[in-house]
Unconditional design. Structure first.
Length: 419
């Protein structure tokens, strides 16, 4: 190892100490990568997969989170549920909702539609499309359920009608025996058209079918049900027992939480405690939960891919050291210092990592854009994800090349030239 005196002696004789310029170092690294392109591509594969997965996962998570917010705004963020909890007295079937509940809730600013509904299970209803309740297909256990629903409740479900219409406030006030069928109930009862004024018989009592629903945006679990006016249900079957009544409220965007606070007082100023209100959950919590679930899974896969990539770079660089031992000896003989040799191989491994990071970032961005276009989404790519991604590849290549570079720096010139 040169001593300070020997270095001073060389300077005194006009001999400059050996060095390596950055431009030469970059050229050497590029030549090392391009010398065996197939090996370099295979070496970068792990880094490409790791960085690509990193960018794609975080980009898809942000993109999916944006769609969750959008979908949340369209449905969940505009729905409030009000449940009748009653007085707490056992077996008290008194309906807490007033007769004009639809009008009271509809008077609140921000409400689009709202109404009361409940399942009628206490009567064990039997359904048939003919007066003969014992006809084939009639019965309770065929998957059809009977629901009492006010006109506002049907409107809040946002149904798409296959044919006919839903009953209105006039039918509710007159306690008309009319019914609206869900698509499942209509199919099982064999009622597909309304031009013959068909009726559904519930426990032998006829209810004229005025409409058949094709689908609903809300509460699709009720699509195999038969709906009758709430006032008609109270007259024919009594007030609800067992499952108590509930109210579904469709609000405008941004009004749901305010309506959730106002609804009990608007319905019963004398007893707001008779109701339990379920406001929509916070969309930020929903998005964060989904994001954490995706991140924890796929970032683990990305980390594994980066480790594999680092091992590949380290292995390739180490093989290069062994193959180029005579070259290392020649460089040392011509004046290259151990640190110059180490820098050369570190530059090659870092170049491999950087190229892998750039290609992986491009692939990850392409995956996010392709997924967004294919699903008609808005792609969301955060700069803090895309910009540092190639630098992560560089760091992986730098760390992976440390051991091979140190090993190359320790090779003695004489031993290298004898090989």
């Amino acid at each position: 190892m040169p001593t300070p005196d020997s270095r001073r002696g060389r300077r005194a004789r006009g001999i400059e100490p050996s060095g390596i310029r950055r431009r030469d170092l970059a050229a050497e690294a590029l030549a090392g990568v391009l010398q065996r392109p197939a090996r370099s591509v295979l070496t970068m594969l792990g880094t490409v997969l790791g960085i690509g997965a990193f960018v794609a996962v975080l980009g898809l998570t942000a993109t999916a989170g944006g769609q969750i917010d959008k979908r949340f705004d369209e449905l969940s963020a505009t729905q409030v549920t009000v449940a009748d909890v009653g007085t707490g007295v056992p077996d008290d079937p008194t309906l807490s909702f007033p007769a004009d509940a639809d009008q009271r809730i509809g008077a609140l600013n921000g409400v689009v539609a709202g109404g009361v509904f409940w399942p009628i299970d206490q009567a064990r209803p039997r359904f048939a499309a003919t007066p003969d309740a014992d006809a084939p297909g009639a019965g309770y256990g065929d998957g059809i359920r009977l629901y009492a629903a006010s006109p506002g409740a049907l409107a809040a479900m946002e149904p798409t009608l296959r044919t006919g219409r839903t009953y209105d406030r006039f039918a509710e006030s007159r306690r008309e025996r009319v019914a609206v069928l869900g698509p499942g109930a209509a199919r099982k009862l064999g009622i597909t058209r309304l031009d013959g004024n068909p009726a559904v018989f519930v426990n032998g009592s006829p209810y004229t079918v005025v409409g058949i629903i094709a689908d609903t945006r809300r509460m699709p679990e009720l699509l195999s049900s038969v709906f009758i006016p709430a006032a008609t249900a109270v007259q024919g079957f009594g007030e609800p027992v067992g499952p108590r009544a509930s109210m579904i409220v469709h609000t405008r965007i941004g009004a749901a939480r305010l309506i959730a606070r106002q609804a009990p007082v608007a319905l019963r100023p004398d007893g707001p405690q008779l109701f339990s209100v379920t406001p929509p959950p916070d969309p930020r919590d929903l998005r964060e939960d989904v994001g954490r679930a995706l991140d924890s899974l796929f970032l683990l896969l990305a980390s594994v891919s980066l480790v594999i990539g680092a091992v590949g770079i380290a292995n390739t660089t180490l093989v290069a050291v062994l193959e180029r031992t005579p070259e290392i000896g020649l460089r040392r003989t011509l004046g290259a210092r151990p640190r110059h040799i180490a820098l050369q191989f570190l530059a090659e491994s870092t170049a491999l990592g950087t190229l892998g990071g750039l290609i992986g970032t491009s692939c990850g961005v392409a995956v996010v854009l392709a997924t967004a276009v294919g699903n008609d989404w808005t792609a969301i790519l955060e700069p803090w994800v895309v910009v540092p991604a190639p630098l992560i590849g560089s760091a992986v290549g730098l760390v992976a090349g440390l051991y091979p570079a140190l090993r190359a720096a320790r090779i003695e010139p004489a031993d290298a030239l004898r090989r």
